[in-house]
Design a protein around this ligand. Structure first.
Ligand code: FUB
Ligand code: ZN
Length: 664
């Protein structure tokens, strides 16, 4: 066990909320440290409004839906506090409650709210009462004699009347992962150990139950592994880290408890370290690879490290949409084959897209390369932001890249993983903005606001002024604690600002842009090289110094690697990190699917404050090259259009949408 932090403020779980500022540390850890979300205060044009909508609309609505759908009552049923019956389509309904609680815990860190705090206490009490005396916590099993409508397909009553053995379906461990993440978040915010103790009691049961010579079964749906790592960081109890490692190792290895492997979709077709490419269920894969990156780092496991490097290449070099979304097929909610990236049938589950950020952030902390943040940013502004409506009240489960007109967001789902993941993910975004290594300060996300950061030689306050992502000019004021403090500011120069459309050769720019990024200190140009995606300005700083980064944001045309059949002969539009689409309201007649864009067509951009919450649009003229079946829509000729950011589509009712236009 490593030495525990003396102060509560030194909580150490590795979420973007984790406070590394004064924590005692595990013996081995990431060389780069996150700056936790609650010390990063955004007042930018993009994320600050989303954080507010998440806090005031998404979290309250999700709690309400958890109540209306019986998810919260289920805890009371299990605790014998209610005479109702257990309801739900599957035992992982518990996880939805934990995920909203995690989001609420983050929200309370920055926005104290006595009513919400009291509600959380009440929920924690019910969760605690639903826990069996030995620490087992899974409301469906505990309420097994009071199930309203047993689900014939995903029945969660464990096989042979034995707990854990139906893990491939039951999600007993998956739920617990979300429980631990929520409990750590609550503890970080409140300092109250009550919820954390519930998590510890459960984790102690897992330690007693699973391991070599004990039960040798992997989690059906990875999640508990990365949560056990968080619990290890929060408590210093190495048994939790060891168990996370065991769960990673036992995957793909048959045992008496599980003689037949569960196969590819559950990432149980062969041992993790022998897995050559990303296959199977995309959300499961992201949670698993994120945990593997943690464990590889914390246990200095070189084989596991090369495993995650190899799998990263598989996902982001061959299986990712230009929006940063992954998991192209609905069949098994899974990755397709290499380059199999259909647009209108894209599954691209919101959970999978946001989970790429969990993994890419850890890969950045491990390797210090900006390409991981480039990917993270691509998902944030596109495949993640599209998952939730502008008002925060409806959600996409799949995020297709083209629509024939019938697709829209929903308030909720029987399987509500995506909305509840949004609840906890959005407040974590500020935590991706900065990171530190000794006296180096990584500036990863550009967003107006301030942050207090701790560096080896003292603290500093950083203030960004920018209209990013609509404008690439970023002004940074750095106020060190001590005048003359040396800080190496590492400015991420996104690939798109260096002629690379994507962090791999999956997509490339089809046009040229000459203007280079530029850096100034107090108005004087600075020449810097870009290394591993960063331009470093290493100097002594004093209050009042101004660092300016200018990232030119021309409108760019993007084409896909020729191996991506669905995008062959097609072109997409990008500006900065934002990918664009054309949606029905912007084209007369609403028909957009056969629009073609000529390489020579002039494109212009302007900001429209009253459209879709304020968006930078791109205007131009396309043409049609096919007769419309309705015989009414104009064929040929010029079709003026306004392209909107992809994330903002489907906020004005259903209709056609296209991202990859025919290219002329
Ligand atoms: O199985 C739990 C969650 O439900 C998964 O992460 C999602 O893909 C959905 O299947
Ligand atoms: Zn989901």
């Amino acid at each position: 066990m490593y030495k525990l932090p003396v102060l509560f403020a030194a909580a150490t779980a590795l979420s973007p909320f984790s406070n590394f500022l004064s924590a005692a540390e595990p013996p081995h850890d990431y060389p780069i440290r996150p700056v936790p979300a609650h010390v990063v205060h955004l007042n930018d044009v993009f994320w600050a409004p989303r954080l507010e909508v998440n806090r005031t609309a998404t979290i309250p609505a999700s709690f309400q839906l958890c109540e209306e759908t019986g998810r919260i009552e289920n805890f009371k049923v299990a605790a014998n506090l209610s005479q109702a019956k257990w309801t739900g389509m599957a035992g992982f309904n518990d996880s939805d409650v934990y995920k909203v609680m995690e989001g609420a815990a983050y929200s309370l860190m920055t926005h104290p709210d006595p009513k919400l705090a009291a509600y959380m206490k009440q929920l924690i009490e019910w969760v605690g009462k639903a826990q069996e005396p030995d620490g087992y916590l899974y409301t469906e099993w505990t309420s097994r004699d009071r199930i309203a409508k047993p689900n014939p397909i995903r029945c969660c009553i464990p096989r042979n009347n034995k707990k854990w053995l139906s893990e491939q379906e039951s999600h007993e461990l998956y739920n617990l992962g979300h429980l631990y993440e929520a409990a750590v978040a609550d503890w970080e915010g409140t300092g109250d150990p009550h919820f954390l103790n519930i998590a510890k009691k459960s984790a102690d049961l897992l330690v007693a139950t699973f391991g070599p010579g004990k039960m040798e079964v992997p989690p059906g749906h990875p999640e508990v592994e990365l949560a056990l790592v968080k619990l290890y960081r929060a408590t210093g109890d190495e048994r939790y880290l060891n168990l996370a490692k065991f769960f990673l190792n036992v995957r793909g290895r048959p045992s008496d408890d599980r003689p037949n492997l569960w196969g590819e979709n559950l990432l149980d077709h062969r041992p993790l370290v022998d897995q050559q490419e990303a296959v199977g269920h995309a959300v499961r894969a992201m949670y698993l690879y994120a945990a593997a990156t943690d464990v590889a780092t914390l246990t200095e496991d070189a084989t596991l490290k090369s495993t995650v490097d190899r799998l990263w290449a598989s996902v982001f070099e061959r299986k990712t949409y230009v929006t940063g979304a992954i998991g192209s097929t609905s069949s098994g909610e899974a990755f397709g084959k290499d380059y199999e990236l259909p647009n209108d049938t894209a599954y691209a589950e919101t959970c999978a897209n946001l989970a790429t950020c969990f993994w890419n952030y850890r890969m950045f902390l491990l390797h210090g390369d900006g390409k991981f943040i480039d990917m993270l940013e691509r998902s944030l502004f596109n495949g993640v932001a599209s998952g939730v409506a502008l008002d925060g009240k409806t959600f996409f489960y799949p995020n297709p890249l083209a629509s024939k007109g019938k697709y829209s967001r929903s308030k909720w789902f029987d399987c509500a993983c995506c909305p509840t993941n949004i609840c906890r993910f959005i407040p974590s975004v500020p935590g991706y903005a900065y990171a530190t290594h000794e006296n180096a300060l990584y500036v990863n996300l550009y967003a107006a606001g301030t942050a207090d950061v701790a560096l080896a030689d003292g603290k500093a306050t950083i203030e960004q002024t920018t209209r990013y992502p609509w404008d690439g000019r970023i002004e940074i004021k750095l106020k060190p604690q001590t005048a003359g403090q040396k800080i190496a500011v590492k400015l991420r120069i996104p690939g798109w600002a260096r002629g690379e459309a994507f962090a791999s050769d999956l997509y490339r720019f089809a046009d040229k842009a000459d203007e280079q990024f530029a850096i100034e200190v107090n108005g004087k140009p600075i020449a810097t090289n870009v290394e591993h995606g960063y331009a470093t300005v290493d100097r002594e700083w004093k209050a009042g110094d101004v660092l300016t980064l200018n990232l030119p944001m021309p409108i760019r045309r993007v084409v896909a690697n020729d191996k991506v059949e669905a995008d062959r002969g097609r072109v997409a539009i990008m500006r900065g990190p934002v990918v664009y689409c054309i949606e029905w309201p912007e084209v007369q007649g609403g028909k957009v699917l056969d629009l073609a864009l000529a390489d020579a067509a002039e494109l212009k951009t302007n900001f429209q404050p009253n459209l879709l919450g304020g968006v930078q649009v791109i205007e131009g003229t396309t043409h049609r090259d096919a007769q419309q079946p309705d015989n009414k829509t104009e064929t040929g000729g010029h079709v003026p259009f306004t392209a909107i950011p992809y994330y903002a589509w489907a906020n004005r009712g259903p209709g056609e949408m296209i991202l990859w236009l025919k290219r002329d």
